[in-house]
Design a protein around this ligand. Structure first.
Ligand code: TRP
Length: 330
């Protein structure tokens, strides 16, 4: 039997190379060989947002990028988390199976408290429980995530084990599946690529903007003069060459080490290969963008298919817990 993949992403709008290499590329590849479910986790987003006015637009923009990158609504269920409210119910049930102490020790929670001391809200703590509800509602066994999500996955597994010990083997224990490209650095070559740090390269940007961003990238910092030999293995520009200029990468590395290739020219070449690689993506994206109804229909259809899996599972879980299941539903 095919495994079932579930992954979620907060609606952050237009996606960047870090999102693509760290997540979306993998989502697309997993459509081969798995049943795949991809979710825009709008409820999770509420835990960190100060304003919600961009939520709808950001959902649309992210899904556009997903579709343009090759996510196929015929093969994958693509939907918005809040469109299948069963997840909120399951979250409530699982929250009572989760000791507080498990949540307060989660490293990402502690980081969030540091990052937003003025907004330490209730669901910031419950965040991984809602995530556990996402995954278990669909009985997914495989969860593609970045390294930063591993503590959440570990918590999910503990909650599942605890639940199953008490109520029988109802929930499926999920496995994390790390991407091959787990950490994509930003233009600074130090911090993770992220929109909030403004060190990112957008997939949907025009070719000029893309080139400009690439030319701002920090290369091997130990290479001070043009005549100094470079170290491609520690250079962020080279790590992208490996991805986007695979045929040239070996020659680029050799020329860099021999100081035959300077950093400026090296970046010019990266901009060229990146723009060539992005051209068909931009074309597909423009076609979807011109037809917003199509995108929202994809999400409506996704929610319908997701609900068809979610509600029977929720009923089974409620029965296992011992809740009096409604006759109206039975
Ligand atoms: N917490 C994830 C993130 O911030 C998003 C997410 C929510 C998720 N639910 C999920 C990821 C379920 C995997 C599975 O990136």
């Amino acid at each position: 039997m095919k495994g079932r993949v579930f992954s979620g992403a907060r609606p952050t709008g237009r996606q960047h190379l870090g999102n693509y290499l760290g997540a979306v590329q993998n989502y697309v590849a997993l459509q081969e060989g798995y049943e795949t479910i991809y979710c825009v986790v709008d409820l999770h987003a509420l835990t960190t947002l100060t304003g919600t006015e961009l939520l709808v637009q950001n959902t649309f923009d992210m899904v556009l990028d997903w579709l343009a990158a090759g996510m196929d609504p015929k093969r994958s269920i693509i939907f918005v988390q809040s469109h299948v409210p069963a997840v909120s119910e399951l979250h409530v049930i699982l929250s009572m199976m989760t000791p507080m102490s498990w949540l307060t020790r989660v490293t990402t929670f502690k980081e969030k408290v540091q990052q937003q001391p003025e907004n330490v809200n209730y669901l910031l703590l419950g965040y991984p429980v809602l995530m556990t509800a996402d995954i278990t509602l669909y009985k997914a066994d495989t969860v593609p995530v970045g390294e930063d999500q591993l503590p959440h996955l570990e918590l999910a597994r503990e909650v599942v084990r605890r639940f199953n010990n008490r109520f029988g083997p109802v929930l499926v224990e999920p496995q994390a599946k790390l991407t091959e490209f787990p950490r994509v650095l930003g233009l600074d070559g130090v911090q993770k690529m992220s929109k909030s740090l403004d060190n990112h390269i957008e997939l949907a940007a025009d070719p000029e903007t893309t080139s400009k961003r690439v030319m701002q990238m920090v290369t091997d910092v130990s290479r001070v003069y043009r005549r100094d030999p470079g170290h491609p293995e520690v250079c962020n520009v080279f790590s992208l060459h490996k991805q986007f200029s695979p045929d040239e990468a070996e020659a680029i590395a050799a020329d860099c080490r021999a100081a035959a290739l300077g950093c400026v020219e090296c970046k010019r070449r990266l901009a060229a290969s990146l723009n060539a690689w992005l051209a068909p993506f931009r074309e597909r994206r423009a076609r979807f963008e011109a037809d917003p109804d199509y995108v929202w229909d994809v999400l409506a259809d996704g929610a319908k298919r997701a609900a068809a899996i979610a509600y029977p599972n929720l009923e089974e879980i409620k029965r296992a817990v011992g809740l009096p299941v409604s006759r109206v539903l039975a």
